[in-house]
Design a protein around this ligand. Structure first.
Ligand SMILES: [Zn+2]
Length: 120
């Protein structure tokens, strides 16, 4: 099959756009973890006060969308809000707390310089 140069360049551009869109969908901030028992890290929690921290703790429901498990935020403002605020609560779908804690990790690179990396 032969295609023109213009067609080739057009397809190449589309391919590159698809590839970069795909990359953009990945997490922009990586997850913090301590892999081995006894591992240590120097971190700073990225909050000014407890209220800011609490705002990153929220109830979620696990649901199936198009055959895939997804976690969605409960629509109730807090536990004192009426169940009727959230159709998933009304249907009896269990709620589980999720924490997405923002922190900054400090590591030392090979040159001995301190590197600062945002993590969740
Ligand atoms: Zn709910």
């Amino acid at each position: 099959m032969y295609i023109s140069r213009e067609e080739f360049l057009k397809r190449q551009k589309e391919r590159q756009e698809r590839a970069s869109n795909f990359q953009n969908q990945g997490p922009r901030v990586s997850y913090f973890s301590l892999k081995e028992d006894g591992d240590e890290a120097v971190v700073r929690f990225a909050y000014n006060n407890q209220e800011e921290l609490y705002s990153d703790i929220f109830p979620t429901h696990q649901v199936t969308i198009d055959g895939k498990f997804r976690r969605v935020k409960c629509l109730r403002e807090n536990y004192n809000s009426p169940l009727s605020d959230c159709p998933l609560c009304v249907s009896g779908t269990p709620v589980s707390e999720r924490f997405y804690i923002k922190l900054i990790e400090y590591t030392r690179n090979e040159a001995g310089e301190i590197e600062i990396t945002p993590k969740v």
